[in-house]
Design a protein around this ligand. Structure first.
Ligand code: PMP
Length: 436
């Protein structure tokens, strides 16, 4: 084992992954794991899908790389067309990048440049939510709310301000209806905009269903409709970060469809290429594109590997396969089945405080006391222990826990590939229940 590979050296023992087929991963010691988190909500088609492998072989034979400053390529053009054909209303241009953080970084810069192009340079603030993760590059890190990730890199480069956490179920006050809770949460955005100056805010960024930091927490009531209205009232751009919850994961291609709104900018990655290649994208509205086209004529950004033909070919093949095999219907059906089995198996467990999520994006929150929702002592690192116990049972789950921005708790995120059947769901729930 190499001690030169940083992540390996820091983690200590890590199994060596040597193969994968369908929903399973294999390590060098012959262990077989069900990939019930799809990596981190990445592997939507499972491993070794022949249609994707075939598309990648063909692309590799034809052309592996061409710089976007000199050339366009067929897979990049076709992927952009596919993304726009299925995009939320008004998003009619695509900027291809290599992953989620890059997409967030580009979206924030697009939002900023939009206001420069339209002669509103005073706008300089970004508002986000405390319980959020938007990536690890410096701009995306500044947008994310995780204090423990941010602290040592302060002062961060962009002016970000955070409002209350997402809809962590414990934030709802006793007896409060969803509508009252949604209105109270959305009001925080308006209050923050007014505090910063109505014409000084660039954008509000949020995950429609909060993934890594909170464990598949959707909003309630008409929260996002209210957010959309507030953004429009003050000319603030709405960026939805669908890097984790998007591209079919929640049962609709875009999670925001279920909230009945469309953003001005949307980031996607992870499931876009299903893990076959690193690929991400920003979808942007005509309004933003026109400001660039009629203004300076270009977007002041760029990465060497953006629009990479191999990455675009993977994204295209993965998305075409999802369409051809009608896999979103399976996400809805198996998502409901997963919820049903989780509730049946764990719903009465005295340490399960909440089971939530949409589609094949589900979170299980663990609490010391189910009646009071009292979380476990963070020192127990329960989430990490469950990850370990699950691995021993051949199950990969995505854990998160401790105290994140005022919300203490342990949760496990499940995000299995879209190809799971009832029997797979049963095996996942069985092993998870056993591990817990
Ligand atoms: N945004 C969200 C919502 C994410 O979940 C992630 C990754 N977990 C990112 C951005 C960053 O993506 P990447 O790790 O591909 O840079």
């Amino acid at each position: 084992m190499s001690t030169h590979l940083l992540h390996r050296a820091i983690h200590g023992h890590l199994p060596t992954a040597v193969g994968g087929k369908g929903i399973e991963l294999f390590d060098a010691e012959g262990n077989v794991y069900i990939d019930a988190s799809g990596g981190a909500a990445v592997s939507c088609l499972g491993h070794g899908h022949p249609a994707v492998i075939d598309a990648l072989h063909k692309q590799l034979d034809r052309l592996a790389y061409a710089h976007t400053g000199f050339f366009t390529t067929e897979p990049a053009e076709q992927l952009a067309d596919l993304l726009v054909r299925n995009a939320p209303a008004g998003l009619d241009h695509v900027y291809l990048v290599s992953g989620g953080s890059e997409a967030v970084e580009a979206a924030i810069k697009m939002a900023r440049q939009y206001f420069v192009e339209t002669n509103q340079p005073r706008r300089r603030h970004i508002i986000a939510r405390r319980q959020s993760y938007h990536g690890n590059t410096l701009g995306a890190l500044a947008a994310g709310g995780n204090e423990w990730r941010r602290t040592q890199f302060q002062p961060l480069l962009i002016n970000t301000h955070h409002i209350d956490p997402c809809f962590a179920y414990r934030m709802q006050q006793v007896g409060e209806s969803d509508e009252v809770y949604a209105a109270r949460a959305a009001q925080q955005l308006e209050d923050k905009i007014l505090e910063l100056g109505a014409d000084e805010v660039i954008a509000f960024i949020a995950e429609p269903v909060v993934g890594a930091t909170a464990g598949a927490v959707p909003s309630v009531g008409d929260y996002f409709k209210r957010i959309r209205e507030i953004c429009d009232r003050y000319g603030v751009l709405l960026i939805l970060d669908e890097v984790m919850c998007g591209m079919g994961r929640t049962g609709t291609l875009h999670a925001c469809e279920q909230d009945g709104i469309a953003p001005d900018l949307m980031t996607v990655a992870k499931g876009l290429g299903g893990g076959y290649q690193p690929v991400g994208a920003v979808l942007l509205s005509g309004k933003i594109f026109d400001a660039f086209a009629n203004g300076s004529g270009f977007f002041q950004h760029g990465h060497t590997y953006m629009g990479h033909p191999m990455a675009a070919a993977a994204g295209l093949a993965v998305q075409q396969t999802i369409e051809r095999e009608s896999l979103l219907a399976n996400v809805v059906a198996m998502g409901n089945e997963l919820e049903r089995q989780l509730v049946e198996r764990l719903g009465n467990d005295r340490h399960v405080g909440d089971i939530r999520g949409r589609g094949l994006f589900r979170g299980i929150e663990l609490v010391a006391d189910r009646a009071t929702k009292q979380p476990f002592d963070p020192a127990l690192k329960l989430h990490a222990r469950i990850k370990k116990e699950a691995l021993k049972r051949g199950l990969i789950v995505y854990p998160m826990g401790g105290t994140i921005d005022g919300v203490q708790g342990d949760h496990v995120l499940l995000a299995p590939p879209f190809i799971v059947d009832r029997n797979d769901v049963e095996r996942i729930v069985e092993r998870l229940a056993d591990a817990i």
